[in-house]
Design a protein around this ligand. Structure first.
Ligand code: KG4
Ligand code: ZN
Length: 338
């Protein structure tokens, strides 16, 4: 079985071919970072136009790398949302056009479900599992009970975690996307140099909040009285990342306790989304998860940030269960998982 996946919801134009035997036969990811860099963030109109310009060639390259022809495909899966609507429309229309011409099933994949299920492409992780989804636009705990079956346990009341990394990076004059830049500088900084508040620490439930931490970082930069030196930047990144990890670990305690009460036999907390690429966060979280007799699982680094292999895989999981869509599926800017 071969599934073509298409991902165009943000600033990566991507196409992938994944097989029923869990082989990633191709995963072509064309980043638009260079086009958005001068603006310090993703410009939706530039993103949509770049997807139009590049997607056909990216799909052709994926087929070529996989050594497959259109006729070898069993179904076409495309991100149907949530995301920047211009880009989502480009991917959905391309997917539908291919499905229509080839007379193959079309599957509209929720981008968040792509992140949620990717770990099952590279590891044997059974349902149910607890998911911590942390990306540029989302930050939530979900109980994943099966394909298409999600229950939200908590989420951010303001900024997403990736957004907090990106905004901190911007305040420090680091390049977009900020997460990798902050993590890199934090490696040489002192996490105790500045004492930032640990958001939501000790509060009941498992919601998140990052806007207060962002404000504290801004006030600290202002308090320096001059542009931060390289050493100060590293210290701010390390101290910010430390507060983030403390907050996520505190919230994870509550989420794990709640989830375990509902699913006593479940074994995994899965960390997914772009921020799951953060090694420091993975390390800090692993200890907490183990104290609950569970294991932390995360996709390989390259599959944490946006890519089409995750869309092809989620499409494949859906296809196997007969969960296909019709050609009147409407692209969605917003599409909650739960
Ligand atoms: O999942 P993703 O690629 O796109 C969305 O669906 O949002 O996530 C992108 C987010 C960005 O905010 C980026 O700064 C963050 O993930 N990110 C990281 C790291 N790598 C990417 N955040 C912290 N540490 C990283 N190493
Ligand atoms: Zn994403």
């Amino acid at each position: 079985m071969l599934i073509l996946g298409i991902e165009t919801s943000c600033d990566e134009t991507s196409a992938a071919i994944v097989s029923g035997a869990k082989e990633i036969r191709a995963n072509v990811v064309l980043s638009q970072v260079a086009q958005h860099l001068p603006y310090g963030g993703v410009v939706p109109e530039i993103a949509a136009r770049a997807h139009i310009d590049q997607l056909d060639a990216v799909i052709a390259k994926a087929l070529d790398e996989a050594g497959a022809a259109f006729s070898d495909l069993d179904a076409i899966a495309a991100t149907g949302g949530p995301g920047l609507i211009g880009g989502v429309i480009v991917g959905v229309m391309t997917g539908k056009a291919l499905a229509s011409v080839l007379s193959k099933p079309f599957i509209a994949v929720n981008h968040l479900e792509g992140h949620a299920l990717t770990v099952r492409l590279t590891q044997d992780i059974p349902f149910p599992f607890l998911l911590l989804l942390v990306s540029g636009g989302h930050c939530q705990f979900l109980a994943v009970e099966g394909v298409g079956r999600y229950k939200k346990l908590g989420g951010t009341v303001d900024d997403a975690l990736g957004e907090a990394f990106d905004k901190t990076a911007k305040m420090l004059g680091l390049d977009y996307p900020g997460g990798p830049a902050v993590e890199k500088l934090a490696k040489t900084g002192n996490p105790r140099a500045y004492v930032f508040p640990v958001p939501m620490k000790g509060r009941p439930g498992c919601d998140f909040s990052f806007s207060g931490l962002k404000t504290a970082v801004r006030q600290q930069i202002i308090a320096l009285g001059q542009a931060p030196s390289d050493a100060q930047k590293s210290d701010i990144c390390a101290s910010f990342q430390y507060a983030v990890a403390e907050s996520v670990c505190d919230r994870a305690h509550h989420a794990l306790a709640t989830f375990q009460a509902q699913h006593p036999l479940a074994k995994h907390l899965v960390l997914a989304g772009g921020v799951a690429a953060n090694q420091y966060l993975r390390g800090q979280l692993a200890g907490i998860v183990e104290s609950y007799g569970m294991k932390l699982a995360a996709p390989p680094m390259a599959l944490c940030t946006d890519n089409a292999a995750m869309i092809a895989w989620a499409g494949l999981e859906r296809f196997k269960l007969g969960m296909t869509d019709t050609l009147d599926f409407e692209p969605r800017a917003r599409w909650p998982l739960a």
